[in-house]
Design a protein around this ligand. Structure first.
Ligand code: PMP
Length: 374
């Protein structure tokens, strides 16, 4: 895009020449409360005035981490009661994979085709796309790929499997919503085979799909949930959350099973705590389905094949990649930031901050439709 950012506020990003854009992608699912929410900004200022980094994660007791862990676990099912804070989504996935291997004593991993879980070696091993992985081989061995929403592939999950990793709404595949039966059957198959179910909610959580966590809309509870992106309220933070009994095994044999210097940085945790408080008391999550409906109603055009996804995580399937490029360019020209996906080059990505108003949605859709006309 090549835009030099000068300022960002609410749903708007202003560049150095003064032009202002509506941000319809939230920095890829990060700015759910908009840019620089004032309460989150105040929480950051307050923590900056007390202390920043004092010691590697876990060595000192730091109240922003403790408060965030208490808040987060109070919002999750009782079985998800132990948090490990990290720096990013990829690191949350790394931690979850290590935890599953250590806890089960098994090494086989089942991931989904067209998933994206991050760019570090472990996370990249969960990607079945050769173009993105070939240059970095060898990756983790014994990773098997099932098709998302295809129950026939579930026999890949067997007694040798340590974990299944999946996103509730597949993000980089182009925002693909799950078939509820599929998720239920994965959960069932994991139970039968003593396999841990790792749910990557790095992009789907924090209200994005119409509930605080997307899994809440389906009949399953993960064994490990991974968070990042919007979780930090705009600051770098990730987490993997599991049952205390499971998490405990990272404390011995070897001691310090996962180590991170900056994981759970107190300034990020203070921001995340305030962000969670604002988000869960704002009423914004309840408005997501109404906003989704408005996008779906307005975005009707002969060039649009279908709209996939859930909540404010929508993939607009166009007839061609060329049309998409032209539409994205037109939107940028008119002050609207939209984007595409890693594995769906003919789809527009729509994931605005949840604070977007109905009028702003109407304005954005008008620009997209004009772009499609060209
Ligand atoms: N999982 C999902 C679903 C993601 O969308 C991303 C980032 N796009 C990641 C994991 C990796 O997160 P990070 O970039 O913070 O490492």
């Amino acid at each position: 895009m090549n835009l030099e950012v000068k300022k960002a506020s609410g749903i708007y990003i202003t560049i150095t020449d003064g032009k202002r854009y509506i941000d319809l992608i939230s920095g890829i699912g990060v700015s759910n409360m908009g840019h620089r929410n004032h309460r989150v900004a105040n929480a950051i200022r307050k923590q900056v005035g007390k202390y920043w980094h004092t010691m590697v994660y876990g060595e000192h007791i730091q109240s922003p981490q403790v408060k965030l862990a208490q808040k987060l676990t109070s919002l999750l099912p009782p079985s998800l009661n132990s948090c490990y804070f990290v720096n990013s989504g990829s690191e949350a996935i790394e931690g979850a994979l290590k935890l599953a291997k250590r806890f089960t004593g098994k090494t086989k991993i089942v991931a989904m085709k067209n998933a994206y879980h991050g760019s570090t070696h472990g996370a990249l091993s969960l990607m079945n796309n050769n173009y993105f992985t070939e240059a970095f081989r060898p990756l983790l061995p014994n990773v098997h790929f099932a098709e998302f929403n295809n129950e026939e592939n579930l026999n890949l999950i067997d007694e040798q499997t340590a974990c299944v990793v999946l996103e509730i709404v597949q993000a980089e595949a182009g925002y693909l919503a799950p078939n509820p039966d599929f998720l239920e059957n994965v959960r069932e198959r994991c139970n039968q085979t003593n396999t841990l179910l790792i749910v990557d909610e790095i992009q789907t959580a924090m209200g994005r799909t119409g509930s605080l966590f997307a899994f809440e809309q389906y009949n399953l509870v993960p064994d490990i949930i991974c968070l990042a992106k919007a979780f930090g309220g705009g600051m770098p933070l990730g987490a993997f959350v599991a049952n205390k009994n499971t998490m405990q095994c990272l404390t011995d044999n070897p001691v310090l099973g996962h180590i991170t210097t900056f994981g759970g940085h107190p300034v990020s945790c203070a921001a995340a705590f305030e962000n969670l408080k604002v988000l869960t008391t704002s009423g914004l999550i309840k408005e997501v389905s109404k906003k989704e409906e408005l996008f779906r109603n307005l975005l009707q055009h002969p060039e649009i094949v279908e709209i996939t996804g859930k909540g404010l995580m929508l993939g607009v399937q166009l007839k061609s990649k060329e049309k998409l490029q032209k539409t994205v360019d037109y939107c940028l020209q008119k002050g609207l930031m939209i984007d595409w996906f890693l594995f769906a080059e003919d789809k527009l990505r729509i994931a605005p901050p949840l604070i977007i108003t109905l009028n702003e949605i109407k304005k954005s859709c008008k620009i997209i439709l004009e772009g499609l006309e060209r």
